[in-house]
Structures are given as C-alpha cells and as structure tokens.
Design a protein around this ligand. Structure first.
Ligand SMILES: Cc1ncc(COP(=O)(O)O)c(C=O)c1O
Length: 354
C-alpha cells in the first residue's frame, strides 16, 4: 500500500532524541525554548509557545484570548473535529459558516451574517495546507473588533504573498505524525501579541509565573525536551519536504484529467498537507477501488462537524450545503515527500481508471 502519510525520521532525529535522554533534562527546558525561537522565526512572528498537541494549542489560544462561556467563535464545519471541540471545551459556542467549494476553506462572504453581539473571534482553518482568504478575514475581524485564531494545524509554511499563516492572528499548529513535520505529538502557538504570548505561557504551565507561584488557572499542556529536539531537526528539513510536496502535487495535477484537482489562488502558497481531488460520482466506490489497488487514499472528512453525533446532541441543526457536498465528494491521494516517481505514476494510472 502507498501510505497517505509517512513520517520522515532519520539518523539526525534519532541522535537528537538520544542526546536529550542522556542530558537528564526531559521535561520543558532549553530545547523547548530553542524550538520556540526557531518556529517563531520560521513563521515571521515575535513569539511562539510550544504545547503538548495542536488541540491544546487551540484551547490555550482561546483561553489566552479570554474566550469562555457565553461567547461565540465563528469557524469552519469542514475540518477535523478538534477545531470546534476546542471552542466547546472552553465553554464557548462554535458558530459554523459554510466553506467555498473551490478552496474548501471558510467563505468570508458568509461570515458577517453570523456575527452577533456574542461573537468574540474568527477561527479559520487552513485546510489541507491551503491558506484561507486572510485579507478578507482580518478585515472583517478588525471592523467588528474580533480576535483571529488561525487553525494552522495542517499548514506549516503556507503563505499568502510571502506572509506565512500563523502570523495573521494567533496561530495554532500541530506536530502529529501525519503532519508536514512531526514531534510525535506536539503543538505550537504563534503570535506577535506580547500579552497573548504571556497568558499562553502561563496557561500551558498551571498559571505558574515562578516556581510554585500560580497567577491564573492553567494546565499541564507542556511539550517535552524530546519532542522539541525532534522538532528542531524536522523544522530544518521542512522547506525541502514542502518543495517536494509541491512538486508531487504539480506532477499529479498535470496528469489527472478525470477528477477536479486542487485549485490555488494567485499568490497563495499551498503546502499540500493533503492533495485532495473531487469526484462527483461514487466517491466511496472510487475510494474502495483505489485502496484495493494499493493506493492509500483517504477521505478528510466524511462527515462535517455540525453533523457529527456530538453536535447533533448539542442541538446544532445548521444546513451547510457546500460543506455537506464536499464531504461526499472529496478524496485525498498520497502526496508526501517520500513518494517515488514509480509510486506517483501508479497513483496517476489507478486514478485515471476510475
Ligand atoms: C485542522 C486540525 N485542527 C486541529 C488538529 C489537532 O491537532 P492534534 O492532533 O495535534 O491535537 C488537527 C490535527 O490532528 C487538525 O488537522
């Protein structure tokens, strides 16, 4: 089977982890700080705060913006459930706005209709590694005095005219093994706002400003030194992996003619966490045939968040037709940097037979 994702762990990563094990400093320390500085520089922001996962990055970011019970946060229904669950987990209510069917990202034209006096933040998701329309989103947020929290968990290095995602608002990244770079589990918050950065650092570590002095409510959402050591090596390799993902995506798009291939806006850098095509007729049959032929195609995501059993139980009754249709028609194909030309050709040949 050609897998949909493949973590790239080399000798350098192994050495870096072993060095940490030998050092005796295992929990959050100097490696975490070094990784934070490197990641902040990579995103072009002043501060980065490492966390235990992308989910805890999102929760910490929401709490740092003082979002809680009674507040509403506008987000996409077409995403991994963590984007919306993080909003629920701080006691706020996600408000779902439909996507545009070309980028699969939240449609900025539909946002303003859903803003109420309770709205506190916009939480766009850069799905599949393709940036949301941040010019429009930031403009709406500024006009209504809302925070912007970017779910960039799938979009390390994605950019619009050179400005990287995670630098438009408060960015949240994941380093889960399937992501474009990994620390096994792990996450990162990015921001230019000193106050948000300081609050996020406190929340991630039991509100502790100095040893056993606790200023605010907080949690143990810390990253370990082992994860940070892995992350530092992976971050150095990320640009060449991203380049390979973009080349693989171009290779597929030039050769596939019977499916709708990904569309990228002018000036946008899509980092192809997923290479997602659209198949209007019998997507599920196509998925099965590809899997049987040894192509690890997957569907992200077969059920939009507002239709998940949890959200139905909570009373969400939205009708979001573009997201609902996309969930029936999308199919992601392997695009990861370890693919060989033979594997790419096999993907092309099997998809062309559909
Ligand atoms: C869009 C999105 N948001 C949030 C998350 C949560 O990240 P994590 O799995 O690291 O908690 C993920 C990844 O799994 C994701 O893809």
């Amino acid at each position: 089977m050609i897998p949909i994702s493949k973590p790239q762990i080399g000798e350098e990563e192994k050495r870096a982890v072993l060095e940490v094990l030998d050092s005796g400093q295992l929990a959050q320390g100097p490696k975490v700080r070094e990784f934070e500085e490197a990641f902040a520089a990579f995103c072009g922001v002043r501060h980065a705060i490492a966390t235990s996962s992308g989910t805890t990055a999102l929760v910490t970011a929401l709490l740092a913006h003082a979002i809680g019970p009674g507040d509403e946060v506008i987000t996409s229904p077409f995403t991994f459930v963590a984007s919306a669950n993080s909003i629920l987990s701080v006691g706020a209510r996600p408000v779902f706005v439909d996507i545009d069917g070309r980028s699969y990202n939240i449609d900025p034209d539909l946002i303003e209709d859903r803003i109420t006096p309770r709205t506190r933040a916009l939480l766009p998701v850069h799905l599949y590694g393709n940036p949301c329309n941040m010019d429009a989103i930031v403009e709406i947020a500024e006009r209504h005095g809302l925070a912007v929290i970017e779910d960039a968990c799938q979009a390390h290095g994605a950019a619009i005219r050179g400005q990287r995602v995670g630098s438009y608002g408060t960015g949240c990244f994941s380093f889960y093994p399937s992501k474009n770079m990994t620390t096994a589990e792990g996450g990162m918050i990015t921001t230019n706002d000193e106050t948000i950065a300081e609050r996020a650092r406190l929340i991630r570590n039991h509100g502790q400003s100095q040893l056993y002095l606790h200023q605010t409510m907080g949690y143990n959402f810390r990253m370990t030194e082992l994860q940070a050591a892995l992350g530092l090596v992976q971050l150095r390799k990320l640009p060449s992996w991203t380049q390979k993902r973009i080349e693989n995506a171009a290779y597929l798009s030039h050769r596939l003619s019977n499916v709708v291939t990904p569309q990228v806006s002018e000036g946008y850098l899509h980092v192809y966490h997923q290479y997602t095509v659209r198949i209007a007729h019998d997507r599920d049959g196509a998925l099965e045939r590809l899997n049987q032929a040894g192509i690890g195609a997957r569907v992200y995501y077969p059920l939009p968040v507002h239709q998940q059993p949890l959200y139905r139980q909570l009373g969400f009754q939205d009708s979001l037709p573009v997201a609902e249709t996309a969930s029936q028609e999308v199919l992601s194909l392997p695009v990861h940097p370890a693919l060989s030309e033979e594997e790419l050709d096999k993907i092309v040949s099997e998809v062309s037979k559909l």
